[in-house]
Design a protein around this ligand. Structure first.
Ligand SMILES: Cc1cc2nc3c(=O)[nH]c(=O)nc-3n(C[C@H](O)[C@H](O)[C@H](O)COP(=O)(O)O)c2cc1C
Length: 353
């Protein structure tokens, strides 16, 4: 049986001992990230649990992190398989995708607010210029063929109804943006947050242009993904998503986005990028938010970028991040205890929980 939605999957993770909930209230600005870093430092790549934070600042929406790629076992659970069989499941899904089906409604429509302000509290550590939504599914459509694309691209919260979108030039959504710009037409965008993990895995994977990631996700889960029509844009999203944002990008409009602490451990500089103006938010009554942990330690394989000027600029910026880490996490002694005051507060939360 495939997972019906994110919450179904989280229950499975928890039952398998792979999701640990933090019950104490935590500060969204730095504590979520610092606790996650602390836990990821202490447990090896094979042992890490995913983390859930029940009380993030004043938000009534819990937040989970590391639920798809936290460890090989977690990744295998996301695909309902074993670590050894991960390649087989991927191969089968790409050979035998299952087209999504349209349904008339879903839990993502339990609460609807047109023109509403986006009140999902997000968090971001260190030098980022504002909070980010780090693990969204961004749905757009080719204006000529009508074929859909789904990709995960970071979103900078610039205001209650404005999101900066960073899409690398080679990404499929970037092609859509260029097409709409050339036609001088605004581009519709839908954003789903918190879905069955197979959809996340399809969304972050590069397929040939025109491949429907929802169909690959269908192949991964062995059953069609149910999609529901958006309220204010002509796009479809997973009916069982936790939160859906709808909006549009004005043709040709750009604004500064970033810099952003990347998964590689370095800051990417950001640049002039499109802005999504939100027209509607729909969600479950009690949604889960899902984020990824950016700003990991610099990876050995990132070092070749040092050869370029850009690489050097990134490394310099990453020193700020190192200072952030020293302050909030600090060096851990053999008992996993940090000597900085914020670091020891984090250590106490981890020990208590
Ligand atoms: C957690 C995560 C965050 C990502 N953020 C971005 C991003 O901000 N911008 C981007 O261009 N790609 C980002 N990517 C990579 C894209 O999701 C990936 O290349 C995907 O294949 C893009 O979809 P597309 O091939 O349909 O364009 C991210 C990947 C992951 C795993």
């Amino acid at each position: 049986m495939p997972y019906s939605d994110l919450q179904d999957y989280l229950a499975r993770l928890e039952n398998s001992g792979k999701l640990h909930w933090v019950e104490q209230q935590v500060d969204p600005a730095w504590e979520v990230s610092a606790i996650t870093r602390h836990v990821f430092d202490r447990y090896g790549w094979n042992e890490r649990p995913a983390l859930g934070f029940r009380h993030v600042g004043d938000s009534s929406f819990p937040l989970v992190i590391g639920v798809v790629g936290g460890s090989p076992q977690i990744y295998a659970l996301a695909l309902s398989t074993t670590v050894n069989d991960i390649p087989t499941v991927w191969e089968r899904a790409q050979r035998h995708p299952i087209e999504p089906i349209s349904v008339s409604s879903g839990v993502c429509k339990e609460v609807m607010s047109r023109g509403a302000e986006v009140d999902i509290v997000v968090w971001t550590p260190s030098q980022d210029p504002g909070p980010y939504i780090t693990a969204p599914l961004v749905v757009t459509k080719d204006p000529e063929t009508g074929r859909r694309n789904v990709g995960t691209y970071r979103l900078q919260m610039k205001g209650p109804q404005r999101l900066g979108l960073y899409v690398g030039g080679a990404q499929h959504a970037a092609r859509h943006i260029r097409q709409y710009d050339a036609r001088k037409e605004d581009m519709s965008v839908a954003i789903a947050i918190g879905v069955d993990p197979t959809i996340v895995l399809a969304s972050i994977t590069k397929f040939s242009y025109g491949t429907d990631e929802f169909a690959v996700a269908g192949g991964l889960r062995g059953e069609a993904v149910p999609l529901v029509r958006c309220e204010t844009v002509d796009l479809e999203v997973p009916a069982n998503a936790e939160i859906v944002l709808e909006g549009f990008i004005r043709a040709g409009y750009r604004e500064q986005e970033g810099p952003f602490g990347e998964f590689s451990g370095y800051m990417s500089p950001g640049g002039q990028t499109p802005v999504i103006e939100i027209t509607c938010m729909t969600r479950r009554r009690k949604p889960q938010r899902v984020e990824l942990h950016p700003q990991s330690e610099p990876l050995r394989r990132s070092v070749p970028s040092l050869k370029t000027g850009l690489g050097i600029a990134r490394v310099r910026r990453s020193l700020h991040r190192e200072r952030w880490r020293q302050r909030h996490v600090g060096d851990l002694d053999e008992k996993g205890i940090s000597r900085t005051s914020e670091g020891s507060r984090v250590g106490r939360v981890v020990a208590d929980e």
